[in-house]
Design a protein around this ligand. Structure first.
Ligand code: NI
Length: 399
């Protein structure tokens, strides 16, 4: 039996080199061509099988154990952000205005490390592990692309796991919960039609700016008066475009916003409510309005059994006190789309360390991750996948 920690230790220098290379050459969502090429190279060098999947970027690899058994998966996101890096790191981004400001280079490294470990312990497990290197997480398009390209088509993947670094949680701790973690995201598009005319004769025209403003305010109260106060919802109108001259009443307005929620039931209720409030308020001003809700991703819904596997693995790799209950966020994460197909658990690995300056939130131009945690996180991912293989193996036998 090979000891997993000692394999990871041997891999550590190589993994740190990989992380730095990924960091220096970040690519934004759907443009991860070079990143994908390098990931495939590293995987092939490690003896992993690349599973053909028809997407522009991203890849899936498989490592099979000596004995047959179930298949489980780990997903890492690989894309960067259109931000100019301000970390001052010696291996800062060489790509102008593109930056791994969310640590997806770190996630990719962890997945590669775990894949390398599995390729060295084939005689120590039954079944298969798949590593999903997902493009375009930042635009919430990547998971959908992979699923549409047949990720689950062969029906083999029984359980899926994914992680994110979390500077708000101290290094050495892992945030795990089967309750709210990350929200459902939907896009809101509102168009308002009034009647344009001279700014001095409002009574002969229909002011789309005034009607639109009333709609924005109405939507805020709509949530507080119609949705269970124990169910958080955010409606943010981030863009309001109307009018072209200071002395002309605007005849139309276009608004874009984002809707965040946790409960699937509340998410279902929201379109009808928003449409009603929007059209009726606008009508009160004599204007016509239309609200369209464009679904993006559901909320993270962690499976209780998969979550208990992550919890047990964390305690055995990082210690009894390593598990903490995370503060949820209204941010979204397209890992939830996988959870619509198979049970999964998405969790946060604490990277916070103010002495090392690792305290900036995701997407901050000076955002940092913690390379010292690469080996322990690789060990954690390997342990989670081994435990889940055993779980599904016992389940298969029982059936
Ligand atoms: Ni991220």
């Amino acid at each position: 039996m090979k000891n997993i920690s000692s394999i990871t230790k041997q891999l550590n220098d190589k993994l740190i080199e990989i992380r730095k290379e990924l960091h220096q050459y970040p690519e934004i969502s759907e443009q991860e061509y070079e990143t994908t090429r390098r990931i495939k190279q590293w995987l092939s060098e490690a003896g992993c099988t690349i599973i053909p999947i028809n997407t522009k970027t991203g890849t899936v690899a498989e490592i099979s154990g000596k004995k047959q058994g179930p298949t489980v998966a780990f997903r890492a996101d690989i894309d960067a952000l259109p931000i100019q890096e301000q970390t001052g790191l010696p291996f800062s981004s060489k790509n102008e205005s593109v930056f791994h400001g969310c640590g997806h280079d770190w996630h990719t490294t962890i997945a590669l490390g775990a894949a390398m470990v599995f390729s060295q312990i084939r005689d120590q497990f039954a079944g298969n592990v798949r590593f999903i290197f997902q493009p375009a997480e930042e635009t919430t398009q990547g998971a959908k692309t992979l699923i549409d390209s047949g990720l689950f088509q062969d029906g083999k993947i029984k359980g899926i796991f994914g992680l994110h670094n979390q500077p708000a949680i101290p290094a050495g701790k892992v945030g795990i919960t089967e309750h709210h973690l990350m929200a459902a995201v939907d896009t809101l598009h509102i168009t308002i039609r009034g009647k344009s005319g001279h700014g001095a004769i409002p009574h002969q025209n229909i002011d789309a700016v005034v009607a639109g403003s009333a709609v924005v305010m109405g939507l805020q109260t709509a949530v507080s008066r119609n949705i269970d106060p124990f169910e958080p919802v955010v409606i943010t109108i981030g863009s309001f475009h109307s009018g072209s001259a200071h002395n002309v009443i605007a005849g139309s307005a276009e608004l874009w916003g984002t809707i965040r929620s946790f409960s699937p039931n509340v998410r279902k209720q929201l379109p009808e409510l928003i449409q009603r409030i929007t059209t009726e308020i606008a009508e009160g001003y004599g204007a016509e309005a239309k609200a369209e809700i464009i679904p993006q991703v559901p909320a993270i819904q962690n499976d209780p059994v998969m979550t208990s596997i992550v919890r047990e693995a964390t305690q055995s790799v990082l210690g009894k006190d390593a598990v903490v209950t995370p503060e949820p966020t209204m941010g979204g994460e397209d890992f939830s789309l996988y959870q619509e197909h198979i049970p999964g658990c998405y969790f946060w690995v604490g990277t916070g360390d103010s002495e090392k300056g690792i305290d900036k939130p995701w997407h901050d131009p000076a955002f940092l991750v913690n390379d010292d945690l690469i080996p322990s996180t690789v060990n954690l991912v390997v342990e989670i996948l081994l435990k889940s293989l055993k779980h599904f193996q016992t389940k298969e036998k029982g059936e």
